[in-house]
Design a protein around this ligand. Structure first.
Ligand code: FES
Length: 86
C-alpha cells in the first residue's frame, strides 16, 4: 500500500507485476516490491544481471522469477523514457 498512488491506484511497479504475472501466491511479493522500489531509486538503469542479483536475497517458490525481472526492467525503461521527456 505504500507504493500505491493516492486514491489506492496501483503504482507503476505493482501494475507491472500484474501485467507480467510476476506473482502467484503473493507471499514473496511485498518484500520484492519494496526491494525493487529501493533498488530502482539507487540503480535507475539496471540490466537484467543487476536485477537478478538484487533478487538473490528473495525466495519465490511460484514464479520462476522471469515475470518479476521483466516487470522491473519494464518499469526502469518506462521511468527513463518519462524522465527523458521531462
Ligand atoms: Fe508465491 Fe513468490 S508468488 S512465493
Amino acid at each position: 500500500e505504500g507504493l500505491a498512488r493516492p486514491g489506492a491506484e496501483l503504482g507503476d511497479l505493482q501494475a507491472a507485476f500484474r501485467r507480467h504475472h510476476a506473482l502467484q501466491c503473493g507471499f514473496c511479493t511485498p518484500g520484492i516490491l519494496m526491494s525493487a522500489a529501493e533498488f530502482l531509486a539507487r540503480v535507475p538503469h539496471p540490466d537484467e544481471a543487476q536485477v537478478r542479483d538484487m533478487l538473490a536475497g528473495h525466495l519465490c517458490r511460484c514464479t520462476g522469477y522471469s515475470g518479476i525481472v521483466h516487470a522491473i526492467l519494464e518499469v526502469a525503461a518506462a521511468r527513463a523514457e518519462t524522465s527523458s521527456h521531462a
